[in-house]
Design a protein around this ligand. Structure first.
Ligand code: PEP
Ligand code: MN
Length: 258
């Protein structure tokens, strides 16, 4: 079984230089090694959808020199190519690129895996698709490895499945830890849990961490914001630094970096 545990923390989206400077320094003090701060944000309704290319330099400047690993969603191949151009200036250090739930189609999965597979420090994270399906989640994995993308640099992330009209749940998305565990076992690939997008509400995050802990997954991704009330995206689910600190003892993770 995979031994290394992963902890990714940071704001839903990169909002400004000041924001990432503050949050990265505070997370580093708490021994977090991987900072998420998405540059590109798919949105349900039109509103702030990321700093996009203007944020690339800002993200890298505020993480890599501090020995932190940046992580961002990408929506297109061009997004990834633009980040790689900037990463070249740092000699391609570790970074995580991920494909979000709304954007799971096999053409993009394979194109991105093909683009990234020869960069030995670049990790690819894939979130489960929005709808509840074991086969589709497994299929994402299969499409990625059909490109010979190395499994050691692949991370799967369970963020729950969208509710249908008849589902009653206090969570924004419904987790299926049994399904996630089956995929982790079948694929022998790291599977991490995203309590922020499962719950949609920070008051349930610790209970989801406790439930997920029973399954011994490979880590967590949590949204943490310097000032959650003012967050431009996903404001109800982002933890403050103090709230995140309180959750840390629940994460039975050895916090070994990638
Ligand atoms: C995110 O991680 O910010 C995100 C948008 O997640 P998801 O694709 O799981 O909704
Ligand atoms: Mn988010």
């Amino acid at each position: 079984m995979l031994k290394e545990k992963i902890l990714i923390a940071g704001p839903c989206s990169l909002e400004s230089n000041e924001q990432i400077q503050d949050i990265a320094a505070n997370l580093k003090k708490l021994n977090v090694k991987i900072i998420r701060a998405s540059l590109f944000k798919p949105r349900t309704a039109p509103s702030f959808d990321g700093l996009k290319n203007q944020g690339i330099k800002i993200l890298l400047e505020n993480t890599i020199p501090l020995n932190l690993v940046p992580a961002s969603e990408v929506l297109t191949i061009d997004n990834a190519v633009d980040i790689l151009k900037e990463l070249k200036k740092y000699n391609y250090p570790k970074m995580i690129f991920w494909i979000g739930s709304r954007n799971q189609n096999h053409i993009f999965q394979k194109d991105l895996a093909n683009l990234l597979k020869d960069y030995k420090n670049i990790y690819l994270m894939i979130k489960n698709q929005m709808w509840h399906s074991f086969d589709h989640f497994l299929g994402i994995y299969e499409h990625i490895i059909s490109t010979n993308f190395p499994i050691e640099r692949l991370i799967l992330c369970h963020r729950g499945f969208a509710k249908s009209k008849s589902d009653i749940s206090k969570y924004k998305n419904i987790p299926d830890f049994e399904l996630a565990k089956d995929i982790q076992i079948k694929t022998k690939t790291k599977m991490i849990i995203d309590p922020s997008h499962i719950t949609g509400d920070k008051k349930y995050i610790s209970e989801i961490i406790k439930k997920a802990n029973e399954y011994n997954f490979d880590g967590y991704m949590l949204e943490v914001h310097d000032n959650p009330k003012t967050a431009l995206t996903d404001k109800d689910q982002q933890l403050s630094i103090d709230e995140f600190d309180n959750c840390l003892n629940l994460i039975n993770s050895s916090l070994i970096p990638l």
